[in-house]
Design a protein around this ligand. Structure first.
Ligand SMILES: C[S@@+](CC[C@H](N)C(=O)[O-])C[C@H]1O[C@@H](n2cnc3c(N)ncnc32)[C@H](O)[C@@H]1O
Length: 268
């Protein structure tokens, strides 16, 4: 029988989150490959906005001795986990090239980078066009002339349906719960729940997301209004079996499907 009342420890909560949601290795490959295709050189500096535990930023500095990164998050809790579990694993010189910053992504920063990334849909917290425009403007100001801003987003009819998706992992189950979607405002409430296999304990609402669901076309228009000169839309290739193959390519047309995750890149 499932026990329903657990509270996960902070370290367990981020460990499960990272296992279920993140893949910093493929994120880094995607960022480097696409930056190289655009500018014919390696990106060296990266700012991870809404960085959470900073897994991507910490692993970025392992890519080479000239790589530097910053992970920005407003909440000290995931930063604390990242310092203990990611930063601590870096060598002395790698540590000197990575910086966690407890800050608001809307702040003005005194450094510029080749790449700025906002992954796992975190900018969906900005529900008004004006707020998102302000954020994208700050991002453009924070990029080098040969810079690139990458965001991910998800959509499709299924993403707007109130349903719970369960994914099994080795020692826990991950639940992605669309609790509410308002078609008028496009505001949505999502939760992440976990269930441990060992003791069948369910942990409800471990993460909660009060978001607005933005679409590709409107995001690209807001990026252009923020001063970006070009935006590139990506779409995932087909695995021939109704699913995605994990490879993303540039395109302006795509098949309408029930559920998709993709990327947009904006250039200054
Ligand atoms: C969905 S998590 C994303 C974590 C990580 N980037 C990932 O890919 O999994 C969103 C993070 O954004 C942070 N956050 C929310 N509002 C923020 C803001 N205005 N400035 C900086 N960080 C913010 C939260 O503390 C949280 O850690």
């Amino acid at each position: 029988m499932t026990k329903e009342t657990g509270v996960l420890s902070t370290s367990q909560k981020y460990k499960y989150y990272e296992t279920a949601v993140q893949c910093f290795e493929s994120d880094i490959d995607f960022l480097k490959d696409n930056y190289k295709k655009i500018y014919n050189k390696e990106p060296l500096t990266l700012r991870e906005d809404f960085g959470g535990t900073g897994a991507l930023a910490c692993n970025w500095v392992k890519e080479g001795p000239k790589n530097f990164s910053w992970a920005i998050d407003i909440d000290p809790e995931p930063i604390g986990y990242g310092i203990e579990n990611h930063l601590s694993k870096l060598t002395k010189t790698e540590k000197e090239r990575m910086k966690f910053m407890e800050a608001n992504v809307l702040d003005k920063f005194d450094f510029k980078t080749d790449v700025i990334v906002a992954f796992n849909f975190s900018y969906f917290i900005f529900k008004k066009r004006k707020q998102l425009l302000e954020y994208f403007t700050r991002v453009r100001e924070g990029l080098n002339d040969q810079g690139a801003f990458f965001i991910d987003l998800f959509g499709g009819t299924e993403a707007r349906s109130e349903l719970v998706e369960e994914t099994e992992h080795e020692d826990f189950s991950y639940f992605w719960d669309c609790d509410n979607f308002n078609p008028i405002t496009e505001e949505c409430q999502y939760y992440i729940h976990f269930k441990t296999h060992k003791d069948n304990q369910k942990y409800h609402k471990v993460f909660s997301y009060d978001w607005r669901m933005w679409g590709i076309a409107e995001l690209r228009e807001i990026m252009e209004d923020a001063g970006f000169s070009k935006t590139i839309a990506f779409w995932e290739g087909d695995d021939g079996d109704g699913g995605g193959d994990g490879e993303f390519y540039k395109t302006e047309t795509a098949e309408n499907c029930e559920s998709w995750v993709t990327y947009i890149c904006a250039l200054p």
